[in-house]
Ligand binder design. Sequence first.
Ligand code: ZN
Length: 155
Amino acid sequence: MNDALKELYQDVIIDHYNHPRCNEPIVPATSEADGVNPLCGDEVSLTLKIQESMVVSEIGVCTQGCSICTASGSIMAEELEGKSISDIKSSIDAFKGMMAGGDVLSSTSGDIEALSGVKLFPVRIKCALLPWMTLQQAIDQYEGVSKENHISTEE
Ligand code: ZN
């Protein structure tokens, strides 16, 4: 990575850290989850509004944490809001793959690419992953709940 690109990526992360997007909790939420990264002290509180069409229309990410975790949550919410659950699941998998050294995930804003540099700092990978893992948890929980509802309506 050349220096100009590195600087651009740092600017993107600092901008999201100073002005986190989608950082208001969604009330009432269709699903919610909390994530903690004890290594760094990062805490993410995530709320979602999920439509019956399985589109996640609103994402709220409230982060108390370091710049990488806050920026990652902000970038994630901005990129994934309005997408379907299945698209979001593939993006989460692709992001985890990117952090494990796989292909860089491209985004409409170009901001996810800025997080690709984090994989060079192994101790920070968990910071970048936390909002995405918490989102996964909120979606799993929603699907668990909707499955239960489905079973109960069949009785
Ligand atoms: Zn952190």
